[in-house]
Design a protein around this ligand. Structure first.
Ligand code: FES
Length: 96
């Protein structure tokens, strides 16, 4: 398992090379759009500006240069661009 950087709409996150990008974005506190989490709906689509990913076979349409974050595991550092502003999950007060 390698530690990598994931740049998302200009924000830098720490990631890995063994989990789908959708999970990693969520674990970092981001709320990307999704529905099926299985490569069918296309809701999690974004542009892959830099880097490479390992892709599962999917049914959803993606244009050239786009990936499905639920079905893509980064091979190294990547730069992603969503065409909407990603929000962060409000952090809950710890141990209250
Ligand atoms: S969430 Fe449906 S294709 Fe990724």
């Amino acid at each position: 398992m390698s530690q990598i950087t994931i740049k998302v709409n200009g924000e830098m996150l720490v990631g890995n090379t063994h989990q789908p990008l959708l999970e990693q974005l969520e674990q970092s506190g981001l709320q990307p759009e999704f529905q099926c989490r299985n490569g069918v709906c296309g809701a999690c689509r974004c542009k892959l500006d830099k880097g490479t990913v390992s892709k599962q076979d999917t049914m959803a349409y993606v244009a050239a240069g786009e990936i499905l974050t639920c079905a893509s595991v980064p091979s190294g550092n990547v730069e992603l661009e969503f065409d909407y502003q990603l929000s962060f999950v409000a952090k809950k007060a710890a141990n209250l």
